[in-house]
Ligand binder design. Structure first.
Ligand code: SF4
Length: 219
């Protein structure tokens, strides 16, 4: 098995002025669809790659597909997905302004997050971020946070705080599935959602595609 890359080797300083082509995106998707780099590749029904815009302002990054996502090949379509959609709606983000991906592209049995799969999948996530060129990344849950910034753990401290990461805005939140586990976590999800709404409003980043100068992407 080839040596897996370190975080530093994989994460680019996202070149937000780079021109992109749809064929590049399709090539990446084909590579992910064919991938058997870790054991999850032979267990999946569908690989789960992306939903939403190819020019998002906000990129939500979940942890791994659940059983519902595995059945249809689309991220966040189950119960957690509904909660995320409600947040997106409250934020006022247009369809063209957000996208959703996962750290791991194949469903892990019993929803058990696999660090091995996360390491093997990391180059795909890096290329997705590089291609999509969001202005903000919102990692959802501890494993998504640790894929980008393990230095900010634990998620209970990092969630709801705005920082910068490699030239992008970075706003971690707890996983939407966690918000169903207790009243305290549901309140935390809602509170942090309001904070995110304020941040995006201050930036003029929602419902107003012309408000923030965008790099000259061709997609
Ligand atoms: S989880 Fe990622 S690395 Fe593993 S087989 Fe699926 S696409 Fe490949």
């Amino acid at each position: 098995m080839p040596r897996l890359p370190t975080v530093e080797e994989v994460w680019p300083t996202v070149p937000r002025t780079r021109r992109r082509s749809l064929s590049e995106w399709k090539r990446l998707n084909r590579e992910i669809e064919r991938c058997r780099r870790c054991p999850l590749g032979s267990l999946r029904q569908h690989v789960v790659i992306h939903r939403g815009s190819l020019r998002p302002r906000v990129l939500f990054v979940g942890e791994a597909p659940g059983a519902s996502e595995d059945r249809v090949g689309v991220p966040f379509v189950g119960v957690a997905g509904k909660r995320l959609d409600q947040l997106v709606s409250r934020l006022g983000l247009l369809e063209s302004e957000f996208a959703v991906v996962n750290v791991i592209k194949c469903h892990p049995p019993a929803n058990r997050f696999s660090d091995e799969a996360a390491r093997a999948c990391r180059p795909f996530l890096a290329r997705q971020v590089e291609f999509l060129q969001p202005i903000m990344i919102v990692p959802l849950g501890v494993s998504a946070l640790s894929a980008f910034r393990p230095d900010l753990l634990p998620i209970s401290h990092a969630a709801g705080w705005l920082s910068r990461w490699r030239g992008l805005l970075f706003f971690p939140m707890i996983h939407p599935a966690a918000a169903a586990r207790s009243t305290a976590l549901r309140r935390r999800w809602e509170h942090d959602g309001k904070s995110l709404s304020k941040v995006l409003s201050r930036l003029g980043a929602v419902g107003n595609p012309g408000s923030i100068p965008r790099p000259g992407a061709s997609v």
